[in-house]
Design a protein around this ligand. Structure first.
Ligand code: ATP
Ligand code: MG
Length: 392
């Protein structure tokens, strides 16, 4: 039977005039992300996007998997498309849903007619189809209050769509609908999650990484590139900026109080990230994976000192999350296993034994002013490499 995936969007359907812009963004994203999965058609109607895999024996699982990572889609219903005839529905629906129905004990049927011209009313469709299902699967019982499986028939313009319970989509709003951000991407668990969360709220996410060879190795950088690549399943293509940071870190170590090393390093990272944004011309904010109180450099005092070096807004979507919650998302989006590979990060290279948890802005600024970092900042910006990390 012809299979079509119905993609339903929740929140964006409410956005009035923006709705069609949002729909177009999702269609564009779907076209890009699914392109290499095979031929397909995508159309929109009644707050639903219809994705129809075409050709001989399409890999519908793969289409569904990729669609489950497109932000803006709230529910996915992989459906059998049946001609709009009650007899055909009763014959084909039990067959199409045989596997789920065989494994269930209770079910109910739910019918929706967005085509009001269809000659049978919803209760009639439910009764007829329910009967047909019971005939074919006599072990089943109807339970209208708490069924294990709900069989839904949606009679729409072109077909009657038959499906069992929908699966969750990625939620959020379409990538591209809320600006462009630069994510400070380390090799850790938190920053990929932060990028995912910003993309989920519509941001286009680019990534910047600071490396300190030879203290950090090629494989440490490759690990970060892998993380960026994994993020593309949700975020789309990611521009990856890699900053040579060794010299600045050595200068910090040699010229500044050890207890302020981390905070000064973070301020200099922010400064360089902002210069990259200014050069690029169209990035509105920075993003980090910080979570309040997680480590010494993530106290509110430390963040005040970091933000004082920022002319751009800094978003920290993990700020109120526990590590376990961040880990849960990292597992869900598939970055966790890569993040925990034990390669060194530039931050850990010169980590002070006793970082100050309550630095004052005055002492931090004074320490930073005691050395002229400007030429080294410029050099780092000039030496930054850019690569486009593609989704496929
Ligand atoms: P993560 O798990 O994201 O590495 P973390 O708990 O290790 O976070 P820190 O090392 O203090 O925390 O880093 C805090 C944030 O600073 C990171 O989430 C990331 O946004 C940014 N950051 C740290 N190191 C780097 C780096 N080498 N390159 C780019 N950004 C970095
Ligand atoms: Mg880290």
């Amino acid at each position: 039977m012809k299979e079509i995936i119905l993609c339903k969007y929740g929140e964006i359907a409410l956005k009035g005039l923006n709705k069609s812009t949002f729909e177009s963004m999702m269609v564009k994203t779907i076209k890009r992300r699914l392109a290499s999965a095979g031929e397909f058609r995508v159309t929109k109607s009644q707050s639903t996007l219809y994705v129809e895999p075409l050709g001989e024996d399409p890999d519908v699982d793969e289409f569904e998997n990729r669609l489950s990572k497109v932000f803006g889609i709230v529910k996915l219903c992989r459906s059998g498309a049946v001609e709009k005839d009650l007899g055909a529905i009763c014959e084909k629906a039990p067959e199409y849903l045989a596997e789920v129905l065989e494994n269930a004990r209770t079910f109910k049927v739910n019918a929706r007619r967005s085509d009001k011209k269809f000659p049978h009313k919803s209760p009639e469709i439910c009764a007829e189809l329910g009967g047909a299902i019971l005939e074919r699967f006599p072990h089943l019982e109807v339970d209208v209050h708490d069924p294990q499986v709900t069989v839904t028939v949606e009679v729409r313009e072109d077909y009657a769509y038959v499906h069992s319970d929908p699966v969750d989509g990625a939620g959020g709003i379409p990538v591209g609908s809320s600006g462009r951000a630069l994510l400070l991407l380390s090799g850790g668990i938190d920053s990929p999650v932060a990028g995912y969360m910003m993309a989920r709220r519509g941001a286009v996410v680019e990534a910047i990484h600071f490396e300190a060879p030879p203290y950090t190795s090629d494989r440490a950088r490759m690990k970060v590139e892998t993380l960026a690549k994994l993020m593309t399943a949700y975020c789309g293509d990611v521009k990856f900026f890699c900053v040579p940071f060794t010299e600045i870190q050595e200068l910090l170590r040699d010229n500044c109080p050890e207890e302020l090393f981390t905070i000064l390093m973070r301020r200099l990272m922010m400064e360089i990230a902002q210069r990259i944004c200014e050069k690029d011309g169209d990035i509105q904010a920075l993003v980090t994976g910080e979570s309040l109180g997680q480590v010494a450099s993530q106290t509110m005092y430390a963040m005040v000192c970091t933000d004082a070096a920022c002319r751009m807004p800094v978003f920290r979507p993990c700020i109120g999350m526990d590590k376990s919650e961040i880990v849960e998302i990292a597992r869900k989006i598939g970055t966790f296993e890569t993040s925990i590979l034990p390669y060194e990060d530039c931050c850990t290279v010169f980590t002070p034994k006793h970082p100050k948890t309550r630095p004052s802005l005055a002492e931090v600024e004074k320490a930073q002013a005691s050395f002229d970092f400007e030429p080294y900042i410029q050099k780092a910006v000039e030496g930054t490499s850019v690569t486009l990390i593609k989704n496929r």
